[in-house]
Design a protein around this ligand. Structure first.
Ligand code: ATP
Ligand code: MN
Length: 478
């Protein structure tokens, strides 16, 4: 008999029909006479109730129907007499496909902490919270591709192993087949002996290659894994994360910001439209989680309310100089409540400053533009003032920076000059420079950290809880 998904059994309500369900037992309760099994198969956050009447099933079978066991059920879909569900399945036959010894199975039908579940990452998919998070992660993946596809962008697969050490000096993972135990005593490694005949790393960004494609295809985007060996053990950083990087020819910074804002709102709206049950579950999960927190630490809005709010409101746009003025004159700065006191132009904004602007001052997503060139990458378009570049960062409540982007320097001379100043190897990036030599034009792009978007949409507070198997300093388990 063909398997019916729990989601369609609950939605289609084909009362009176015989169906076959397969899934994992969440709980079984009841008496000797009748058992109520909450069954979940991952198609929805909702369980279906299976009713097994005692006289139909022998005790040995029922004993094996424990939390975590995989079972197959054949039965009639009926209207439920109990409260809490509309329909249930009156079981005629149950087969235990895979037992889960109750004494050993780590997930009990009670609340487990997220820390505990992180250690059980191989099983945490089976909880309501993580199944909802990963269904949303999928929905967002699909929304990303749909958004760009509908706008006529081409998805470009940029290399994961790269020879360019362009951006993140010292933050890259090296890729080598050389025997690290055989490093010559001189300490000098001959990379011509290495697999690729030169030193190679895992990519920190697909941007430089995406720019090349944009110079022919017009509008492109990447969506791939990104690796950073930065030793920042925060709730917002992973060593391996996924990044979306659109790059658009003939677009200036203004159009870049418009695209990013439209894109973020589209993705959020997509989830609201397609993942209502999961979002409602996560909304109440967050509310419960915050009950134990101090009032001033709680979110001002519920999850769904917050998502709706972001869609309905324009992001605030201001320049770095304006942001610095606001921060310098802010209460926490004057009262020395910030860890890093803002003195003036040139200061790098720390997450405490970003959060002040977004959560206290504007209470909205904020886009900051025109940063000092000294704290931004070499490829950003230099402004006339000689001090700032056409950069933009989008800051979100609770998350901080979610997008970093810029208009790119399209003038070859200015680009080379900036590379010299910042000691970026021009020879290594000869191919990048040729894009400014042949048919150069205004173009812009940005990078969105996919996991940070998922954090925002799901309300999860630790980035380790929105990627199936997080990689962080000192941890690459599973
Ligand atoms: P941050 O200041 O938060 O470290 P960044 O300035 O290093 O960010 P970019 O190099 O501009 O970030 O990368 C683009 C986007 O990628 C960021 O806006 C963020 O959403 C995401 N991102 C950057 N580093 C990480 C990381 N280690 N883990 C997860 N996402 C990240
Ligand atoms: Mn960083």
């Amino acid at each position: 008999m063909k398997r019916t998904k729990v989601k369609s059994a609950l939605n289609d309500k084909a009362i009176g029909q015989e169906i076959c369900l397969k899934g994992w037992v969440r709980t079984r309760r009841g008496s000797k006479n009748v058992s109520f099994i909450a069954l979940n198969d991952g198609s929805t956050i909702n369980n279906i109730q299976v009713v097994a009447e005692g006289d139909h099933f022998d005790e040995d079978l029922l004993k094996k129907i424990t939390t975590g066991a995989a079972i197959s059920v054949i039965g009639i879909l009926v209207e439920s007499k109990g409260s809490g569900q509309n329909v249930e399945v009156l079981a005629a036959a149950i087969e235990v496909l895979g037992e889960a010894d109750a004494d050993e199975y780590p997930l009990q039908p009670k609340k487990h902490s997220l820390d505990f579940l992180r250690e059980k990452a191989h099983l945490r998919f089976r909880t309501n919270t993580f199944s909802a998070v990963f269904r949303l992660r999928h929905a967002l993946t699909f929304a990303v591709h749909k958004f760009f596809n509908d706008k006529g962008f081409a998805n470009i697969h940029t290399p994961i192993i790269t020879g360019a050490d362009a951006e993140g000096a010292g933050e890259m993972f090296q890729v080598t087949t050389l025997d690290l135990e055989m490093i010559p005593e001189t300490g000098k490694v001959d990379y011509s002996e290495d697999f690729f005949g030169s030193k190679t790393n895992l990519t920190v960004s697909g941007q430089l290659e995406a720019e090349l494609a944009a110079m022919a295809l017009g509008q492109v985007y990447t969506f791939g894994p990104t690796f950073r060996a930065e030793n920042s053990n925060t709730s917002r950083h992973l060593s391996e994360f996924w990044m979306i990087e659109p790059e658009v020819a003939f677009a200036d910074l203004e159009e870049n910001m418009d695209l990013a804002e439209e894109f973020l709102k589209y993705c959020i709206q997509y989830c609201i439209t397609h993942c209502e049950d999961d979002l409602r579950f996560l909304d109440s999960r967050l509310e419960n989680e915050e009950k134990s927190m101090k009032k001033e630490e709680r979110s001002e809005m519920g999850l769904l309310e917050k998502l709706q709010f972001v869609i309905e409101n324009d992001f605030v746009r201001l320049t770095y100089r304006e942001a610095i003025d606001i921060l310098r004159n802010s209460k926490p700065n004057k009262k020395k409540k910030f860890k890093y006191i803002i003195e003036g132009f040139g200061a790098d904004l720390q997450s405490e400053h970003e959060r002040y602007l977004v959560e206290k001052k504007f209470k909205k997503p904020v886009i900051i533009t025109d940063y000092p060139k000294g704290i931004k990458a070499f490829y950003m378009k230099q402004n006339e003032d000689g001090e700032t570049v056409r950069a933009m960062d989008i800051l979100f409540p609770q998350i901080g920076e979610i997008v970093g982007g810029s208009q790119r320097e399209d003038n070859l001379q200015k680009l080379e000059q900036r590379m010299d100043e910042m000691k970026v190897d021009k020879e290594e990036l000869w191919w990048y420079l040729e894009s400014r030599k042949f048919g150069s034009c205004t173009h812009s792009g940005f990078g969105l950290g996919f996991e940070r978007l998922i954090m925002f949409v799901t309300g999860m507070k630790n980035i380790r809880d929105v990627i199936p198997f997080p990689r962080t300093p000192q941890n690459a388990d599973f």
